[in-house]
Each structure stands twice: as structure tokens, then as C-alpha cells.
Write a protein that binds this ligand. Structure first.
Ligand code: HEM
Length: 401
């Protein structure tokens, strides 16, 4: 988009009340010199989508083969699995090209990420579910896309599917032949491509859309920051010891993940400091409440408080407040509970220090935090109804209604 048409779009957006004046995005200026491509160009990632995957999804939706593909995908789980039969030839041909690691993937760093993620799994569960999961509801484009897509009508299944991605990435076998992540990422990439085809046909979604189709490379990077950069910051904030090699392994796993999701190398940050600069341009200036996001947050938090998890509303709300901060939590109308707040502020750092062997003191809230972790794990397992992960399937329609 030229600067002139960008300005027009922003003015129109502001006139329609689509963007708050404080949230008007600045012209994109992040240089790809900070990317793994290491070129020095400035290309707006919000104007880049994923043509190869999008074309395949267009054909799958047009020729009605999505149900057959979803059936074929059931047996396609492990990284080393052969591509399943029963798929159209053009899909097999596309997957043959993309269902592999990029040439620059470093096996030693990926192996190191597997070890690291097993060590950090409890903290990542907390950071990425109650933290990033709820943060996603104050990212307007993401909240609206999720709400108005088919999965928005069944957030329990949707949350479980999204957890599948996190579980497969943060797994001791993630990148091994019997791991799942490469397959899961490829399925996710095609789900996004299907959504890019479907959502523009939703009148509800289009009423507030500010781009020709959703889930651009920029939007995917924004979500990456709300998950991975936020987790990186949380680990530091919580005093979890991480060596330089471990931090490099964490970033590398995400670099490969982004590439598998169809993000171009010119946008993938080469260092955590380049990632922080990118996040400060693309994520934090745009967060805002939306009707859809408020509804999604309420639904999602309801699952964690579910009788299976057995957690009290005040505790869950305050833990979320602790993770995302009061301003966003206020936008989402999360209740206050001063007793839980005091407990979390004092006991969570002690809990982390105790678990890390940095302190012999067992904190008061130990049981509550352990229960929280179990509750979130149950949510990932679809409240215990699924013994394994929830399969990722291609949608054929938007949210009904
Ligand atoms: C679907 C992960 C970015 C919107 C999915 C799924 C996963 C996933 C695992 C499949 C599960 C499901 O079908 O529900 C991710 C990751 C991202 C990312 C790891 C970035 C790092 C985004 C962004 C948007 C978005 C930026 C929108 C702006 C959606 C929608 C669906 C979906 C609408 C389909 C829901 C449905 O089934 O109806 N994503 N996503 N995602 N994602 Fe993403």
C-alpha cells in the first residue's frame, strides 16, 4: 500500500471508528537487516499473505474436497509420516514442497529447544494460556478473525486445537521423526489459508475488516510476539535462569515455526533484540478492546474456572491480571479479588524460586498454583475428554449466524 492510500485507509478507519486515534499504526519501518534474511529493505509485512497456500485452499474449498482431506489427515501426524493418500494431487504436490525444514534450520539448536521446553513447560503453560491466550483477545484483528470464523462458535474445541500447536512445539520430540510439530505447523498454515478465503465472505467480519484478507505475515508475527516474545520476557521477569544458548534455541525454534507458517525470511527476527524492536512497532501500539475480544475472553476464562479445573473466578482473573496487566484486564471487564491479588504477587515469585531450587521456602499458594497448572493442562486436553491432542482440521465455513 502506498503511503497515500495507507493514510486514506487510516482516515477512513478512524472515521468509521475502526481504529482509536491513539492506535493509528505508524508507517512500517522495521528493516530486514534485523531479519534472518539480513537484507536491508523495508517491506510492510501487513501487505504480504501466503499465495502458495492460499491458492491451494481456494481449490480445496471450490472442489469440495475439504472433508476428504480432513479424513486423510487423521493418519498424518508424525514428522516422518509419508503424506497420506486420499488427497487431491495439487495438495500432495504443495505439501511435498513445504512439509520439510527450511535449509537454514539448525538441528543442534532445535534439539536444544526440545530440552529447554521440557524444562520450562509449566511456566510456558501459564504464560501462553492465561497470558497470551487472553492477550490475543485484545489484538483486534485476531479477536475478530477468531470470533467470526467457524471455531469462534466452539471456543473449547478451538482452544484445545490451538494448544495442540503449543504442545507439539514445546515437546521433547518436537522436531524428531516421531514428533508432530512439522505436520501440525503445515496443517495450521493451510487452516489459515482456508480462513483467508472464507472470512472475507462473512458480512459480520467484513463490517470491521481493515485489510483485504486476514492473517497477513505481519499479523502472524504480531501473534508470535504476543506468545513467544512475551514468554521470553516473562521467563526473565520471573528469574528463571536461561543461558545464552538456551535463549538462542528458543528463538530458533520459533524462527523455523514462523517459516513453516508461511512467514517470509525478510520478516523473521534474527535476534531477541530485533524481535523486541519489531514487537514495539507491530504489537503494543495496536492492542485495544473489541466486542468480540471481550466475549472471547469471558468464554475462555470460563473454561479455566470450569468445575473440572475447580478454580475460583477471583483467582483466575487476578492471575490473568498479573500476566497481562491491569489496563488490558480492565478493557476485558475482569473482576478484582484483592485477596488473590496479594497472594499471587507474593507467592508466584516464591513458587517459581522454589520449583527452580533457588529457595527452600514452600509458598502459601503452592497448591493453588499447581492446581492452576493442572486446570490449564485439562483445558489443553479438552477438559479431559481427549486422551491425545485435538486434531487440527480445515474449516469449510465461517461462524454460523
Ligand atoms: C487457526 C495457530 C496466527 C486466526 C489456528 C490453528 C492453530 C493456530 C494451531 C488451528 C486450530 C483451529 O483450527 O482452531 C496460530 C499461530 C499463530 C497464529 C501459532 C501465529 C504465531 C493467527 C492470526 C490470526 C489467526 C494472526 C488472525 C489475525 C486464526 C483463525 C483460525 C486459526 C481464524 C481458524 C479457526 C477456525 O477453525 O475457525 N491458528 N495462529 N491466527 N487461526 Fe491462527
Amino acid at each position: 500500500m502506498t503511503n497515500l492510500s495507507r493514510r486514506r485507509a487510516m482516515t477512513l478507519g478512524a472515521a468509521l471508528g475502526l481504529v482509536g486515534l491513539t492506535n493509528v499504526p505508524q508507517a512500517w519501518s522495521w528493516s530486514s537487516s534485523g531479519s534472518i534474511a539480513a537484507t536491508d529493505t523495508v517491506t510492510d509485512p501487513f501487505q504480504v499473505w501466503d499465495p502458495a497456500a492460499d491458492d491451494v485452499a481456494t481449490r480445496l474449498l471450490a472442489d469440495g474436497s475439504v472433508p476428504a482431506v480432513n479424513t486423510a489427515w487423521e493418519s498424518w501426524v508424525n514428522n516422518a509420516d509419508a503424506l497420506p493418500s486420499g488427497m487431491p494431487a495439487y495438495l500432495t504436490s504443495y505439501l511435498t514442497q513445504v512439509n520439510k525444514l527450511p535449509s537454514w534450520a539448525d538441528p543442534a539448536l532445535l534439539a536444544a529447544s526440545e530440552t529447554l521446553y521440557v524444562r520450562l513447560s509449566s511456566y510456558l503453560f501459564v504464560s501462553e494460556s492465561l497470558g497470551s491466550g487472553i492477550l490475543s483477545t485484545v489484538i483486534p484483528r485476531e479477536a475478530r478473525a477468531v470470533y467470526w470464523s467457524a471455531g469462534g462458535a466452539d471456543m473449547k474445541a478451538r482452544a484445545a486445537k490451538t494448544f495442540t500447536f503449543g504442545y507439539d512445539l514445546h515437546n521433547g520430540n518436537a522436531w524428531k521423526n516421531n514428533g508432530h510439530f512439522v505436520v501440525t505447523a503445515n496443517k495450521t498454515r493451510l487452516v489459515h489459508a482456508a480462513v483467508r478465503n472464507l472470512l472475507p465472505t462473512s458480512a459480520h467480519f467484513s463490517a470491521t475488516a481493515d485489510q483485504p484478507k486476514p492473517i497477513s505475515n505481519g499479523d502472524i508475527l504480531r501473534t508470535f510476539h504476543s506468545v513467544a516474545t512475551v514468554a521470553h520476557n516473562n521467563m526473565k521477569k520471573w528469574g528463571i535462569p536461561l543461558s545464552a544458548a538456551e535463549q538462542a534455541a528458543d528463538l530458533h525454534a520459533w524462527q523455523v515455526a514462523l517459516s513453516l507458517l508461511g512467514v517470509q525470511e525478510q520478516f523473521i527476527p534474527a535476534s531477541w533484540s530485533a524481535a523486541q524492536t519489531q514487537a514495539s512497532q507491530m504489537l503494543w501500539p495496536v492492542v485495544a478492546p473489541t466486542t468480540e475480544g471481550i466475549d472471547l475472553a469471558k468464554t475462555l476464562l470460563g473454561y479455566v474456572e470450569d468445575p473440572v479445573a475447580g478454580l475460583d473466578t477471583g483467582f483466575v482473573s487476578e492471575f490473568t491480571r498479573y500476566l497481562i496487566g491491569d489496563q488490558y484486564a480492565d478493557w476485558l471487564h475482569l473482576p478484582h479479588d484483592l485477596v488473590s491479588r496479594a497472594l499471587i504477587q507474593t507467592a508466584w515469585p516464591l513458587y517459581v524460586a522454589f520449583r527452580e531450587g533457588l529457595s527452600p521456602i514452600v509458598p502459601d499458594g503452592f497448591y493453588l498454583f499447581d492446581q492452576t497448572l493442572r486446570g490449564i493442562a485439562m483445558l489443553f486436553l479438552n477438559n479431559g475428554t481427549s486422551p491425545t491432542q485435538t486434531p487440527i482440521t480445515l474449516p469449510t465455513a465461517n461462524r454460523p449466524g
